[in-house]
Each structure stands twice: as structure tokens, then as C-alpha cells.
Design a protein around this ligand. Structure first.
Ligand code: FES
Ligand SMILES: [Fe+2]
Length: 425
């Protein structure tokens, strides 16, 4: 249980708030590179700031204030040039660093000192990695963008899924260190959603949480596993500060503002050995719906959709003054205390946890993976047809995989893929 002041401190992300300042110290994934195959600008709201993400004609990306500094017109309706973004109202042109490169009328009539040099638009650095666009909104110099080993994996089909979830980001991140929810929210609830009663899934018997350089691991022993099992010896990763890594996919909980988050999923499927070598031409990005259009209710069929329901159920900002934490929540307590310590470190002018300043240390970072076989060796077609890994033959994480993405995944895998959810057995 927290005081309401502590809850405010942990959840508010606007400019100048302690948690907002903390999260601005890290590169955040904000979009898919492939979203810009057929568009030049995208409206983005990030930690309470309204921005425009764009790709200019030379292929460079920029992230600038939504409002033009001239007379506040909306730059997302601007048009890109070889270098930068031009406002569609009076034609002022801005570079990715925010400098004003042209002011057509002023440039024509002015003599002497340039009016341009006095004007800048707010601008943030953008990088590409793993098919994602990453933004850094903190003080310069920016730290290194961590290049997780997974972003360099080859011979795989990768897809990115974006969903806007109307609740605070921390509810998502506390789910990143919550092993017991899997037993109930995914296993037992899914059986009941299928209409079966049946026996309950194997119970959790023992939990452990450990800090490491890039976050925390959570480890578990269930009734059907023992202390030799990789879920105990290795575990899964709560990635610092707002991610989850399970071995073949990442999930990021990126604050849009205090009461909305962008869920960014990055999913890797190694192709069957017979399909190697495989090179993916483009990583698709799609929008995952969270509402069932027919019923108007939340979608319950897929793993992450189920998680979203838990987070949404906690309210726009969970009232942590009303909760009753148990021993299963020890990891939740650990990350809350770490955030508090990090806020103090920032106030003292230090870097918070998991900031990387050494470029060499940011290359190909290996994270704990409970089962490396599916990503290191993969499977044969025969093994997959025999049901060796259902992760490979269906996309069960989020509902709504577009037909074109399913077809591309089938072509990569050389076999049929179903979009059926976790609930479908
Ligand atoms: S408002 Fe953008 S150029 Fe005038
Ligand atoms: Fe979950």
C-alpha cells in the first residue's frame, strides 16, 4: 500500500514531474519504422507532450513539437522536404535538430540579421533499431540506446503491435513482475472463457525476484516444475524501466500521458530450419484493437488483451492507497522502491538505474532467456507440425493480426499460421 503522495509520484509523467523526468532519461519505442512506408508524418503524444514524428525525403526521422513556433499551426499537417519538415501555413522549414532553416517571406524581405536564428522548434533525437523508432526526451547528452541481442537475431519473422490503453503506464509495468497472474489470468480464466470448468492449472509454489543490471528477473516453481527448471534457474525479465522480455518478445509500456499508455509489442519467430536462410524485407507494424466491435466489450481472447483488462480494471490511475499487497507482490514492491531511489538519484544529478554511457556496453546485450532453443536453433517443419511450439504456428499474443501480416508470416514460416487466441486452446 502506498500513500496518495507516493502514488502520485510514481504515476505522473508530465514534464517536470519526478517520474516524468526519470522516464525521459531512457530511449522509448514510439512507433514502427514501417509505419512510414506510406506516410510522412504521425501525431504522437508522449508523456503529456504533443509531438509530430516525421520521415523526410532523405529518409531521416525527426520528432518535433506539434505546434509551429510561428503562429502555432499543427505541424503534423506539414510536408517533408529533403531535410526537415515544412509548416503548411506559411512555409517555415525546420530541421531535425529544431533549427529553423527557412522562413520564405522573411527571407525574401529581410536585410541584415536573420529572423530565423531567433526561432527554434522543440525537437528530440530519434533512432531506429529492431524495426522500431526510439525517442529520447531527456537532458543531453543522451545515453546509449541499448541494443538487445534479440534485435540482431536473423532467420526470423518479426512483427510490431501497437495498442493505446486508456490507463496509467505503471499498471502495465507492475504486470512485468507478476508471475502469479499467469496461473489465474491466462491459464485458469482462459479455460473458463472456453466454457469449461475443469481442474485448475498447476499452482505456483515458490517465487523469487532478483535485481540485475538491466532490470529484475522473476523466477517461479509451480506444481509441474522443480528447482532445475529454467523458469526457476533463469526466469523472465522485467526490463528497466518500462519493459518486459520473455525470451522471444518484448513489451514496452510507454506513457502517452498520465492516463493513457502505448503498448508496444515486438515479437520474433524463428523460421523452420528448412526456410533458412531467411531475410525479412520489412518488419510489419500493426495496430492491435482492444475492444470487440460487436459487443463493445474488451477483447478477452489473446494473452496481452487479457493483461490489458487487468490494467484497465485497476482504473485510469490505480488507487494504491486501497490495495493489500501479499508475498506474491514482493517484486512489485522492489520496483516501486527502485523508482523512488532513482528519482532521488536524478535529483542529486546522477544517472538512474540501467543507463548505459559506454557505447561498447550497449552493443548486443544478452538478457536472461529461460529457453534459448527456439531462438538459437529453431525447429524443423516436422517438429512444428507435430505441435512442438505453438508460439510458432499462431499469433496468440494480440487479437486483430491483419490478413496481410498473417500471410507474410505464413510465407516466412512455410506453414499455416492461425490468429486464434490463447483462449481457443
Ligand atoms: S504557423 Fe507555421 S509557418 Fe506560420
Ligand atoms: Fe500476462
Amino acid at each position: 500500500m502506498l500513500t496518495s503522495e507516493q502514488n502520485e509520484l510514481l504515476t505522473r509523467v508530465g514534464p517536470g514531474t519526478p517520474m516524468g523526468e526519470l522516464l525521459r532519461r531512457y530511449w522509448q519505442p514510439i512507433a514502427g519504422v514501417s509505419e512510414f512506408d506510406d506516410r510522412a508524418t504521425k501525431q504522437v503524444r508522449l508523456m503529456g507532450e504533443d509531438l509530430v514524428l516525421y520521415k523526410d525525403l532523405s529518409g531521416g526521422f525527426g520528432l518535433v513539437d506539434r505546434h509551429c513556433p510561428h503562429r502555432r499551426s499543427d505541424l503534423s499537417y506539414g510536408f517533408v522536404e529533403n531535410c526537415g519538415l515544412r509548416c503548411n501555413y506559411h512555409g517555415w522549414l525546420f530541421g531535425a535538430d529544431g533549427s529553423c532553416l527557412e522562413q520564405p517571406y522573411e527571407d525574401t524581405v529581410s536585410t541584415g540579421t536573420s529572423h530565423r536564428d531567433k526561432v527554434k522548434v522543440k525537437a528530440y533525437p530519434v533512432r531506429t533499431l529492431g524495426g522500431l523508432l526510439w525517442a529520447y526526451l531527456g537532458p543531453l547528452p543522451a545515453p546509449e540506446l541499448p541494443e538487445w541481442e534479440a534485435f540482431g537475431w536473423t532467420n526470423g519473422f518479426v512483427q510490431i503491435v501497437l495498442s493505446e490503453i486508456p490507463c496509467n503506464w505503471l499498471q502495465g509495468q507492475e504486470n512485468s513482475i507478476d508471475p502469479v497472474h499467469f496461473e489465474w489470468m491466462h491459464a485458469n480464466w482462459s479455460v473458463r472463457l472456453r466454457g469449461n470448468r475443469g481442474p485448475y492449472a498447476p499452482k505456483h509454489l515458490k517465487l523469487d525476484f532478483q535485481e540485475f543490471d538491466h532490470g529484475y528477473t522473476y523466477r517461479r516453481i509451480r506444481e509441474d516444475t522443480d528447482d532445475q527448471h529454467a523458469l526457476w534457474t533463469v526466469g523472465r525479465v522485467c526490463l528497466w524501466p518500462n519493459g518486459l522480455f520473455t525470451g522471444d518478445h518484448f513489451e514496452y509500456r510507454v506513457p502517452i500521458d498520465d492516463t493513457n499508455m502505448l503498448s508496444v509489442g515486438w515479437f520474433y519467430n524463428r523460421v523452420p530450419r528448412e526456410q533458412e536462410p531467411y531475410v525479412q524485407a520489412s518488419i510489419p507494424t500493426w495496430r492491435g484493437p482492444i475492444v470487440n466491435e460487436e459487443t463493445g466489450e474488451w477483447i478477452t481472447t489473446h494473452v496481452m488483451n487479457q493483461d490489458f483488462i487487468a490494467w484497465l480494471g485497476q482504473g485510469a490511475i490505480a488507487d494504491r492507497t486501497q490495495e493489500h499487497l501479499g508475498r506474491s507482490d514482493r517484486g512489485v514492491g522492489m520496483i516501486r522502491r527502485q523508482f523512488m531511489r532513482d528519482m532521488e538519484r536524478i535529483a542529486e544529478g546522477e544517472d538512474p538505474k540501467a543507463i548505459i554511457r559506454d557505447p561498447a556496453a550497449a552493443r548486443s546485450i544478452v538478457l536472461p532467456i529461460a529457453d534459448r532453443r527456439p531462438v538459437d536453433e529453431g525447429y524443423s517443419l516436422e517438429e512444428l507440425r507435430a505441435g512442438k511450439s505453438f508460439h510458432h504456428t499462431r499469433f496468440m499474443f494480440q487479437a486483430g493480426q491483419p490478413e496481410a501480416v498473417r500471410a507474410a508470416q505464413e510465407e516466412a514460416m512455410g506453414m499455416a499460421i492461425t490468429t486464434k487466441g490463447y483462449v481457443d486452446g
